[in-house]
Write a protein that binds this ligand. Structure first.
Ligand code: GLU
Length: 301
């Protein structure tokens, strides 16, 4: 099987030091395997997208010597594919319309005596499941995935090691199409990883706990599960993960090699001098030993 990897930024702002780590790692692993590396712009959450950020990200990647091996895919152009997947799931009884607002969900959970930990999203109580009575005349808002019998997902991350999540306990029937009509990340990412033949997903560690949901969706759609590797996060001065939401600065690309060296250091790679293409080639050659030298068992602080 030939390696196909991808970097899939959401154009909610320019690349920052944290997102470059995921971009660089995904590119290096692809090159280390003699594989293909693709860029996919994940612009389904339109209210969060910043006009022009997609072009800017592509320019920033290019300045760092990272070019998609095939034409860049924009998720905003792929609605028909997501709809087909949703129809397929609905046809198999694995997706259903949901009328619940956030308030309805809270009320249902309270009525069941279930509280939720602060900062944790509510586990959907299954109110609109067909077997629980469905919409009962209320208008549909969102579409949800109907979890099957087997909700405990075990998988092995290539950096973090064995992982386990019971999606029924932690998440419940999750949203595939949102109440505002937008496609949910979980569905779009699964459909596109399969459509692009992605064999290896390399992305930031903040997305680790999305993986079990994606694996369940792949199983329900009869799609292969790629290998997963989640990269270390970069933390800001306040100790929080760097993100566009907490004001991470755009990469300073007046010196792309300096930006790459910073990202490489997070991956445990040595600093390089010389040209960007040379540095990339040397890091790619060093990658396999790096990954075994940074095993799963070194969790981030
Ligand atoms: N678009 C997601 C993000 O920028 C990444 C999705 C993925 O790599 O699966 O956080």
């Amino acid at each position: 099987m030939s390696y196909r990897g991808r970097f899939a930024p959401s154009p909610t702002g320019p690349l920052h030091a944290g997102s470059l780590v995921a971009a660089l790692a995904s590119w290096l692993v692809a090159r280390a395997h003699g594989g293909v590396w693709l860029v996919r712009i994940e612009d389904v959450d339109t209210p969060r997208c910043v006009p022009g950020a997609d072009r800017l990200i592509l320019q920033q990647l290019a300045a760092c010597g990272l070019h998609s091996d095939e034409p860049v895919l924009w998720q905003s152009a792929r609605g028909a594919h997501y709809q087909r997947a949703l129809d397929e799931l609905a046809g198999r009884g694995r997706a259903y319309p949901c009328a619940c607002s956030r308030k309805d969900i809270e009320a249902a959970l309270q009525a069941q005596g279930r509280t939720r930990a602060r900062h944790h999203a509510a586990v959907y109580p299954g109110t609109c499941r067909p077997e629980n009575g469905g919409l009962r005349g209320r208008p549909a808002r969102a579409w949800r995935f109907h979890l099957g019998e087997d909700t405990e997902v075990r998988w092995t991350d290539r950096r973090l090691g064995p992982q386990m999540q019971d999606v029924a306990v932690d998440v419940g029937d999750f949203v595939l199409r949102r109440a505002d009509g937008l496609w949910a990340y979980q569905l779009a990412v699964v459909v596109d990883d399969a459509a692009q033949g992605i064999t290896h997903v390399v992305r930031g560690e903040d997305l680790t706990d999305n993986t079990p949901r994606q694996i369940l969706l792949q199983r329900a759609l009869g799609l292969p599960t790629p290998a997963y590797l989640h990269t270390p996060l970069v933390r800001g001065d306040n100790g929080e993960k760097l993100s566009k939401q907490n004001g991470a600065r755009a990469l300073d690309l007046s010196d792309p090699l300096a930006a790459l060296n910073q990202a490489a250091a997070v991956l445990g790679l040595p600093p390089m001098t010389g040209s960007v293409p040379d540095a990339l080639a040397r890091w790619a050659a060093a990658w396999p030993s790096t990954i075994s030298a940074h095993p799963a068992s070194s969790p981030e602080p």
